[in-house]
Each structure stands twice: as structure tokens, then as C-alpha cells.
Design a protein around this ligand. Structure first.
Ligand SMILES: [Fe+2]
Length: 402
């Protein structure tokens, strides 16, 4: 077997694994649930499914394989920028058996094309070099699984699939707690008893993805930043700490928190009523709330540069690809607006990140319990509106030091 055919087999296997995960997530649902609008800020699941297939058709079949689309201009209904989430259910999108058939048919064609193309490091087309377009498509499906999970939190009685794969980002040497299921909600790892901070001296730090290997355009180019001395908490803010903030300030509780009538809180995601786990990281908080908490605690949110410098300095490894202790349970809000790095070049298309640059969106770093572990890397930049909290968002605090 040549290196190229084995890497093609590996890509085929990972495409397959991503699809299996997608189907596992929707397996307990009926067609009515797949097509229902649960929230104006989330697509019906049928739209996400069709969009996953359509994006695969657009890139792996039409662009790379130069084939005609299966359903004419159906793709315009699955364009995420053209179609706001609140109106996606009114579009003539595919549903039920037709939708499942489309997912399967696109996949079959995508695998035919994969068989024909050259994807090694010398491939002329930058989309194919080192399999870039395939990496993008796999990550895209993973990321839509996470968006689908945001909606699934709103489905009464939904049971997360008992999945197989370890998320496996333990805090080295500190916490003998194993997260051995892929979907564990709420995130279960307990904060260490003695919270500490990680201090970084002022100076120059390298930020961003290296020139080779898979990363999105917004993570490049790698560049040097100058940071003043600071310290960052060694763990995200916990439910217990956040509850104290809510009690003392009358602040808004996170999404899915309800009073238990006895001075405590319960969590209500997926229609359950579970006592709040005080040691688990706080989740479903907006940027505004995270910022308010940090001020109340006499601290501040870290900038995304500080977060990444601390993560890279903490020596990411296989067990903790994000480096920072406690990372990978909740996305962590930073103080930073989503901006282009100096020398940024859009690739493979402007709509991936360039159109979102500016002061509208705030950057989140790390990854959550719902993020596929293949997508955890210290340089990954997620972004969202500062008022959003249906996402799996928490935060950790930082402060200036001298
Ligand atoms: Fe998408």
C-alpha cells in the first residue's frame, strides 16, 4: 500500500466516523423533532443535516470532482450566510427519507472522487495539499454536531448517546478523573481543591498555527506578540463560584439553571432536573456575564493571546492537547474581538472567517465537552456574539501582575 492510499483510507475512515457520530446524535429522534424549531437562534436539525451533506457536495464533489450538483441550485437554501437561522425552517429544504438519501448519495460520490484525486504533500491544488479540503470537511461535520447538541439540550427527555471515544484531556499529574465517554453533560471534572494560577512573565510570545499542518485561515500566520506580565487561573470558574456571584449581585443565572426552592439550583437541560454540581465548570454563560463575574472577582477575562500563550507554555500533549489544566470542558470566553492576524489571507473562501472580523464577535478558546477531540488545539479560534449562551461557554479569569 502506498503512503497516499493509506492516507486516503484514513480520510475515508474519519469521514465515516464523523457520519456515524452525526447519526448517533439524531438516532433517538423522530421526523417531527428533526424538523421542529426549538429556538430562533438554532436551525432545525433537518437543516443542519442537509447543510452537512450540501457542504460536502459543494467541496468534495463539485469543486474537487468537477461533478454537477445532484439537485440543481438546492445549495442556496443551505448557505449559512444567506439564510438566517430563524427562517431556515421555511425554506424548501430536504426532509425525511429524501434527506437521508441525499446524505448517502453525496457520500458515495465524495468517496468516488477521493479515489481519483492526488492528496499528497506535493499536490498542486492547495485544497488537496496534505488533504486540506478533507480535513475541513471532517471538522465541519464535527462542528455541526456541536451546534446540533446545542439544540438537543432543549429536547425534553433526550438521552446523549453512550459513545465510545475518550475525550482524554486530563490535567497532567493533577487530576485522576477520567472522562471516558464522548458526550458527558454537564462536564464532570471536578476542580482541584486548591485553585492556583499560572504566572507568565512579560515578553514576546508566538501565537497562531505553524505554516504546515491543518488549521483554519484565521489561525494564521504565526506571529510574535508582546505581552505584559499576567497570571491566569488554573481552572475555569465553577458552578459553585458562579452561584455565589449570582446570589451576591442578583446577576442573571446561566441558561438551564432554575431555583430548587431551598436556596440552591438545579440544571434543566434536556428536560432533566438535576442538582447543580458545584465543582463542575460553569457553562452556558454569555460574554457579558463572564466579564461581569471577572470584575466582581477583582480580575478580568484573559485576552485570546494570553490564553494561547499560557496554553502553549503549559506544554500541550496527547493527554491534554490544549495544554491549560481544565481546558476542553467548556469553551472559554476571552476579552478579545475576533480580528484578523497581521498578514491574514482568506483560504479557501472569504465566508469562512473574513466576513466575521470586527468588533461584533468575541473570541472563545479551547473546546467543550461536545467538541470532537480531533479539533482541540491551542490555536483554534471560535467566535460568537457576546450575548449568546446556548453555546457551551464558560470562562476562566486572569489578572495583571508586576
Ligand atoms: Fe456549516
Amino acid at each position: 500500500m502506498t503512503a497516499q492510499s493509506s492516507s486516503k483510507d484514513a480520510i475515508g475512515d474519519r469521514l465515516e466516523a464523523a457520519r456515524k457520530r452525526t447519526y448517533e446524535l439524531i438516532e433517538p429522534l423522530d421526523e417531527e423533532q428533526l424538523n421542529r424549531v426549538y429556538s430562533p437562534i438554532l436551525s432545525p436539525l433537518a437543516w443542519d443535516l442537509g447543510h452537512i451533506a450540501n457542504f460536502e457536495e459543494l467541496w468534495l464533489v463539485q469543486t474537487i470532482g468537477e461533478r454537477e450538483p445532484l439537485h440543481g441550485d438546492l445549495g442556496r437554501f443551505y448557505d449559512a450566510i444567506e439564510n438566517p437561522r430563524k427562517s431556515r425552517n421555511e425554506l424548501p429544504i430536504l426532509r425525511d427519507a429524501e434527506l437521508r438519501f441525499y446524505l448517502a448519495e453525496v457520500r458515495e460520490r465524495a468517496l468516488e472522487v477521493l479515489d481519483e484525486v492526488e492528496i499528497d504533500g506535493d499536490a498542486e491544488d492547495p485544497l488537496l495539499r496534505d488533504g486540506f479540503v478533507y480535513e475541513t470537511l471532517i471538522a465541519h461535520e464535527h462542528q455541526h454536531n456541536e451546534t446540533m447538541l446545542q439544540l438537543l439540550m432543549m429536547v425534553d427527555g433526550y438521552e446523549l448517546p453512550e459513545a465510545v471515544e475518550s475525550v482524554g484531556c486530563l490535567s497532567p499529574g493533577q487530576l485522576p478523573v477520567q472522562l471516558d465517554r464522548q458526550f458527558e453533560y454537564p462536564p464532570v471534572r471536578e476542580a482541584p481543591h486548591a485553585l492556583s494560577t499560572i504566572r507568565l512573565p512579560g515578553g514576546e510570545y508566538e501565537i497562531g498555527a505553524p505554516a504546515t499542518g491543518f488549521a483554519y485561515d484565521n489561525e494564521r500566520p504565526r506571529h510574535v506578540v508582546e505581552l505584559a506580565p499576567f497570571e491566569i487561573d488554573s481552572w475555569p470558574v465553577t458552578n459553585g463560584e458562579y452561584a455565589q456571584f449570582v446570589e451576591e449581585t442578583g446577576g442573571e443565572p446561566p441558561l438551564y439553571w432554575e431555583r430548587d426552592g431551598e436556596g440552591g439550583w438545579i440544571e434543566t437541560a434536556m428536560g432533566r432536573r438535576e442538582p447543580l454540581a458545584p465543582e463542575a465548570p460553569a457553562i452556558h454563560v454569555s460574554w457579558h456575564e463572564a466579564d461581569a463575574y471577572a470584575r466582581w472577582a477583582g480580575k478580568r477575562l484573559p485576552s485570546e493571546r494570553e490564553w494561547e500563550a499560557a496554553a502553549r507554555g503549559a506544554a500541550p500533549d496527547r493527554d491534554n492537547p490544549l495544554g491549560l489544566p481544565g481546558a476542553g470542558q467548556v469553551w472559554e470566553w476571552t476579552s478579545s474581538d475576533f480580528l484578523a492576524y497581521p498578514g491574514f489571507e482568506a483560504f479557501p473562501y472569504e465566508e469562512y472567517s473574513q466576513v466575521f472580523f470586527g468588533d461584533t464577535y468575541k473570541v472563545l478558546r479551547g473546546g467543550s465537552w461536545a467538541t470532537h477531540r480531533e479539533d482541540l488545539r491551542p490555536g483554534f479560534r471560535n467566535w460568537d456574539l457576546p450575548e449568546r449562551r446556548q453555546i457551551f461557554s464558560g470562562f476562566r479569569c486572569a489578572r495583571d501582575t508586576r
